[in-house]
Design a protein around this ligand. Structure first.
Ligand SMILES: [Zn+2]
Ligand SMILES: [Zn+2]
Length: 134
């Protein structure tokens, strides 16, 4: 059996994490909440099984961005790390660009285009969804 180990960290290195199974999803979110939380026009996310994901150094700070959503980030450097929604209790989303190898995990689609800024333009041919992909 081939073991998987996918690691990442915040910008300052105080927080590190590891996932031991492959991501089940890879997308770019254009929603207003991600934009504001990251201070960035869009945020790329990977979805992992929660039981396959662990913080292996440090503990991130938590920001409850809505009643059902908690986001974590490094309290020292501010890197956004994870997103959890009580509607998807068995999954955790991880910012693709906090991985050591974001190049290896390209997105499959864009979501929440209804919130998008008019000046965001992508040259890819990925599927686009007004809300989530479902
Ligand atoms: Zn940090
Ligand atoms: Zn979002």
């Amino acid at each position: 059996m081939i073991s998987t180990s996918i690691e990442g960290s915040c910008a300052c290195g105080a927080i590190r994490y590891r996932a031991v199974s492959k991501p089940t999803g890879s997308m770019i979110c254009h929603c207003r909440s991600c934009r504001r939380s990251a201070g960035s026009p869009v945020v790329a996310w990977l979805t992992f099984s929660k039981e396959a994901f662990r913080f292996i150094r440090g503990q991130p700070a938590v920001f409850q961005s809505s009643a059902s959503v908690s986001r974590t980030f490094c309290a020292s450097c501010g890197t956004q790390l994870t997103y959890e929604n009580t509607a998807r209790a068995l999954e955790i989303d991880v910012t693709t660009c906090s991985l050591h190898d974001p190049e290896g995990y390209p997105p499959n689609y864009h979501a929440w285009l209804q919130d998008d800024l008019s000046w965001v333009r992508f040259g890819d041919h990925l599927k686009r969804f007004a809300e989530s992909e479902l």
